[in-house]
Write a protein that binds this ligand. Structure first.
Ligand SMILES: NC(=O)c1ccc[n+]([C@@H]2O[C@H](COP(=O)([O-])OP(=O)(O)OC[C@H]3O[C@@H](n4cnc5c(N)ncnc54)[C@H](O)[C@@H]3O)[C@@H](O)[C@H]2O)c1
Ligand SMILES: N[C@@H](CC=O)C(=O)O
Length: 485
């Protein structure tokens, strides 16, 4: 048995037990690069999902009263377990998600860093003393865990999208139910294996694979679940906000993006091209913070496009387990079809399509990286998330024009601007209607930063000092009739 197979469980993890599903209640998981079957994950039915809510609910009272130091120790042990299994987790991720192995290693580091960060934060959160208006009173706040937290995650970052939420929730004293995307459920179950070894065996962390729709319906209807944290599309996020209104849950929503990447007239061309390549092609373009619209000042536009295409065409496309691969498969054939339809729409509306022939693609789930030059706001590529290695680029003349175009979207997650000028940067920083602004860098994430979006990109922030706030309630107290001091 190879290292990653030891972490593969064809069972759910509920209340510290591995739960099998019936023979007809399983979903196949395949390698998106070649369609090979990796195994089956359970598709829990409604009753089993309810029993997971029972388990998380039963575990809550003990976990919330567990000393913060002990909660921190569990999270730190989990972090170490992930680091000790770094290569196995990365291989498993590449096999089921498709991303290049070096990016998968990077994601294991990124994902585990949230457990280390929140292990530290677990010991730090506290209430406040508020100066009372009456000398016989004492006023203040305590921070308390909200309760059971339900978590729904996508397939593009199979570990990090779970750990960023679960780390914060467990540190706060909440217990958790995770419904991972079926495509990458083995990564979630590998996390459960390591959670068990880290001592999370009483229902603090439950992995509940199966239909996201059914899971959403069960948890939204259940009053014991007090928080719902979702990462995925804006479309599904809207439905979940609506559904969770029935029991008035705390919502954290990390939704879609449409990131503008602006290269100003004084930017360094090579730095900007390298930044744009990285911001576009990581995770093969299937990233909520991927550059979705690249705006380049007209004075350097043609040079930028030439350099970008040169670098793009040098990126090896293939199975993610090959060490030199930079572009892996997309998650499904549907994603390839969508990428092609976006490119076709742009071509019909006058864009220049540049890149290698799609006939060179090494498999049916692959899309060869493509530039859509001279795109306009009338094209679908400008309004929709490509979630593919498709790079729309267009020229602009003035900063006001670039800002207006950048903000012309319902989304507001990440944005990027490249310029050495302080005055220009300040203009963009204040003018961009986005939750995150990368300035002369695309490397904007990490456990220490408040990740999240405005407009229809979501509600709340994950990571950083504020990450635990999604899982805490502030209780205010007022003590009266005290002796005067
Ligand atoms: N803002 C962020 O931090 C962030 C991070 C990663 C991905 N995303 C977004 O996720 C999207 C890509 O993922 P996707 O296409 O798998 O998204 P998706 O919304 O279709 O699916 C995400 C998850 O939701 C589940 N789901 C689907 N329908 C559901 C329903 N009706 N009720 C409850 N759960 C349901 C799926 O099973 C999956 O686990 C993109 O829009 C991307 O920008 C956002
Ligand atoms: N790339 C994001 C995840 C979004 O898909 C991150 O860095 O957290």
């Amino acid at each position: 048995m190879s290292d990653y197979q030891a972490l593969m469980h064809e069972a759910a993890y509920i209340g510290g037990q591995w739960i099998q599903a019936g023979p007809d209640e399983k979903n196949p998981v395949r390698d998106p690069a070649n369609g090979e079957l990796l195994g089956h994950v359970p598709a829990l039915d409604a009753e089993q999902m309810d029993s997971a809510i029972d388990a998380a609910s039963a575990a809550f009272d003990e976990w919330r009263h567990t000393a913060p130091l002990t909660r921190a120790d569990r999270l730190y042990a989990w972090y170490e377990g992930m680091q000790n299994n770094r290569e196995a987790l990365a291989r498993l991720m590449t096999l089921e998600q498709g991303k290049p192995i070096n990016e998968a290693r990077g994601e294991v580091d990124y994902a585990s860093s949230f457990f280390r960060w929140f292990a530290e934060e677990a010991r730090r959160f506290r209430g406040k003393t508020i100066p009372a208006e009456d000398p016989t009173m004492a006023v203040g706040t305590v921070e308390e865990p909200v309760g059971v937290a339900a978590i729904i995650t996508p397939w593009n970052f199979p570990l990090a999208m779970i750990t960023r939420k679960v780390g914060a929730a467990l540190a706060a004293g909440c217990t958790t139910l995770v419904n991972p995307a079926t495509e990458t459920a083995f990564c979630a179950l590998a996390l459960a294996d390591l959670a068990e070894k880290a001592g999370l065996t009483n229902g603090e962390f439950n992995v509940v694979p199966g239909s996201g729709k059914q899971f959403g319906e069960r948890v939204c209807a259940d009053d014991r679940v007090r928080a719902l944290s979702f990462t995925g599309s804006t479309e599904v996020g809207r439905k979940l906000i609506e559904q969770s209104a029935a029991t008035v849950k705390k919502n954290a929503m990390e939704l879609g993006g449409n990131a503008p990447f602006i290269v100003c007239e004084d930017a360094d061309l090579e730095t900007a091209v390298d930044g744009a390549i990285a911001a576009k092609f990581q995770t093969t373009g299937q990233d909520c913070v991927a550059a979705n619209r690249i705006y380049v000042h007209r004075s350097m536009y043609e040079d930028f496009v030439d350099r970008f295409v040169e670098k793009m065409n040098a990126m090896p496309v293939g199975h993610g387990l090959n060490e030199d691969t930079k572009i892996g498969p997309l998650i499904h054939a549907d994603a390839v079809e969508k990428a092609q339809s976006l490119v076709d729409d742009a071509r019909e509306r006058g864009a220049r399509i540049i890149g290698r022939e799609q006939s060179e693609a090494p498999g049916e789930n692959f899309f060869m990286p493509t530039v859509v030059a001279d795109f306009t706001s009338a094209m679908r590529v400008a309004a929709e998330e490509q979630f593919a290695p498709v790079a729309p680029i267009t020229p602009f003349d003035t900063d006001d024009e670039a800002l207006a175009a950048a903000n012309d979207t319902i989304y507001g997650l990440a944005s990027y601007v490249f310029s050495p000028s302080d005055a220009r940067i300040r203009k963009y920083l204040r003018g961009l209607e986005y939750g995150m602004v990368g300035i002369n860098t695309m490397d904007i994430t990490g456990p220490h930063v408040p990740f999240g979006g405005v407009k229809q990109s979501g509600l709340g922030r994950e990571g950083g000092h504020v990450g635990m706030a999604e899982y805490l309630e502030t209780k205010y107290y007022c003590m009266g009739n005290l002796p005067k001091v």
